[in-house]
Design a protein around this ligand. Structure first.
Ligand code: ADP
Ligand code: GLC
Length: 476
């Protein structure tokens, strides 16, 4: 049995802004099947603290980056949590990364340095008699962990997972002292990046192994096009970089038992959900496919491409139901598109329950991302028989079988992929989608294939398990 400390800034079902939380919430359970024991260190944000019960203080700090703090042990939804309760850092209104006006918290560097520092202390000294064999940090928020670990002299290996290379957690070198970093290590070999302190680079340089969330993204990361300035660092670390595709929680995302939908086991059961979804979104009946999209609204997600390509869908009787929030300009553009077309309906906001109904009621799920390390909504779509129409990139390339002539004739297609990632190519894929949708036999075959595809965690958890075992001397 390997003991692993997850260090992560969000974790479902407690706190979620994106797929990172889904992964952090589901992977520990999948690993337990292999005998691995995960404890998860998570910031005690205000909205997290309100959801805890039966907590036990297991560690105290008089002054953790400017205030007193403690670590609370508790169980939530089967997760073994270590909550970093530091009110001066996490007890506030607004989002977990941004304030109420959408700007990054000015002390984000300290907020997540504190998380990383406490992880390092637990690695070195244990907590209430429990000491990890491996520390596994996720994204830049956990990136400084190996810096603090090396200062303690511990030799516990650090694994770092890149969920999204776009976020670096960089701050000016003037924060060296405030962050308690060793100035003699402010160099290109460690955490210096173009004159700044980079938490992401620290994680990449300090990890025994780096993982990312799909094999294609692991290759893409090495290129200037996708590496976001870190491609050189990643080429340097390439021998220790491995792509392990995400799975989904098959209990939470199960059309046969989902409490948010009219449950179904075969695609016939989708009709009632489509009706319900059209009603919720104020859409009428239509001859074409009902496309759904659930996403953060950001440059990454290709929402502008969708808006430009929309006429190709609408001309063919297609519909769009979209749920998302984020970039205010994209929100306005989407609401405008909805105002102009009776077959387009947009809900701005975050709604977990509605996202389930969208998976059940949609005919196709759109993911037109410019880049997508893994992507989870196409996996939910597969499980619910809602065919993914996705850009050919990252995890979208690895998890969808494009309806090419060969895949169609051999009966294995599960969705559609478009490339290059442009509005024109997306428009063309709407033409293909409409054609397939108007051929019920082919469509039904694709739906069946989709619902049969393995999208759970088993295979990928086995890979993490093997990775931990290769690093941990005590592992079986
Ligand atoms: P990313 O992590 O880049 O945002 P993923 O596809 O990996 O993309 O994960 C996004 C997760 O967040 C999915 O579980 C998706 O259903 C959820 N999600 C995103 N936006 C919303 C929203 N507005 N309402 C409900 N769930 C959302
Ligand atoms: C990131 C990526 C997304 C991935 C998720 C979970 O937010 O943008 O593609 O699925 O992390 O790994």
């Amino acid at each position: 049995m390997t003991k692993i400390l997850f260090v992560v800034s969000e974790c479902a079902p407690l706190i979620k802004t994106g797929g990172l939380a889904d992964v952090a919430g589901a992977l520990p359970g999948a690993l337990s099947v292999f005998g691995d024991e995960v404890r998860t260190l998570l910031p005690g944000y205000r909205m997290v603290m309100g959801k805890l019960s039966k907590t036990k203080v297991v560690q105290k700090f008089d002054d953790l980056f400017g205030g007193p703090a403690s670590v609370l042990a508790c169980m939530v939804a089967g997760l073994d949590l270590l909550i970093l309760d530091a009110p001066h850092l996490y007890d506030r209104d607004g989002g977990i990364y941004v304030d109420a006006t959408g700007h990054d918290w000015p002390d984000n560097a300290e907020r997540f340095a504190a998380l990383s520092y406490v992880a390092a202390m637990i690695a070195a000294d244990g907590v209430a008699g429990w000491q990890p064999d491996i520390v596994h940090g996720h994204d830049w928020q956990a990136g400084l962990t190996p810096e603090y670990m090396q200062a303690t002299g511990t030799d516990v290996p650090f694994v770092f997972t890149v969920h999204n290379i776009a976020f670096h957690g960089n701050v000016g070198a003037d924060r060296l002292v405030a962050l308690g970093l060793d100035p003699s290590r402010f160099s290109a070999d460690h955490f210096e990046f173009w004159g700044q302190i980079s938490a992401l680079k620290s994680g990449l340089m300090g990890a025994a192994k780096i993982t990312t969330v799909s094999q294609t993204y692991a290759h893409e990361l090495l290129t200037p096009e996708f590496g976001m300035g870190m491609d050189g660092v990643l080429r340097h670390r390439n021998p220790d970089l491995v792509g392990i595709v995400n799975g989904i929680d098959e209990d939470v995302w199960n059309p046969a038992t989902d409490p948010n939908v009219t449950p179904y086991k075969t695609t016939k059961g989708k009709a009632a959900n489509k009706k319900a979804l059209q009603k919720v979104f104020g859409l009428g009946q239509s001859d074409g496919p009902l496309c759904v999209l659930v996403s953060r609204l950001s440059e990454q997600k290709g929402i502008d491409l969708l808006i430009a390509a929309l006429p190709e869908l609408l001309h063919r009787g297609g519909q769009l139901a979209l749920l998302g929030s984020g970039d205010p300009l994209l929100e306005v553009a989407l609401l405008e598109a909805a105002a102009q077309n009776e077959n387009v309906s947009v809900k701005i906001g975050y709604d977990e329950a509605l996202s389930h109904l969208m998976m059940a009621g949609g005919d196709a799920i759109l993911v037109p991302s410019r880049f997508e390390p893994c992507g989870l909504t196409q996996l939910y779509g597969l499980r619910y028989g809602t065919l993914p129409l996705v850009a050919l990139t990252g995890g979208l390339a690895d998890t969808v079988i494009n309806a090419s002539p060969v895949a169609l004739s051999s009966g294995v297609a599960t969705g559609l992929q478009f490339h290059p990632i442009t509005a024109a190519a997306l428009g063309q894929s709407f033409v293909r989608l409409s054609k397939l949708y108007s051929d019920p036999k082919t469509w039904a075959t694709m739906q069946r294939n989709a619902m049969k595809q393995q999208v759970g965690w088993d295979a990928s958890a086995a890979k993490y398990h093997a990775l931990y075992a290769s690093l941990s001397s005590v592992a079986a």
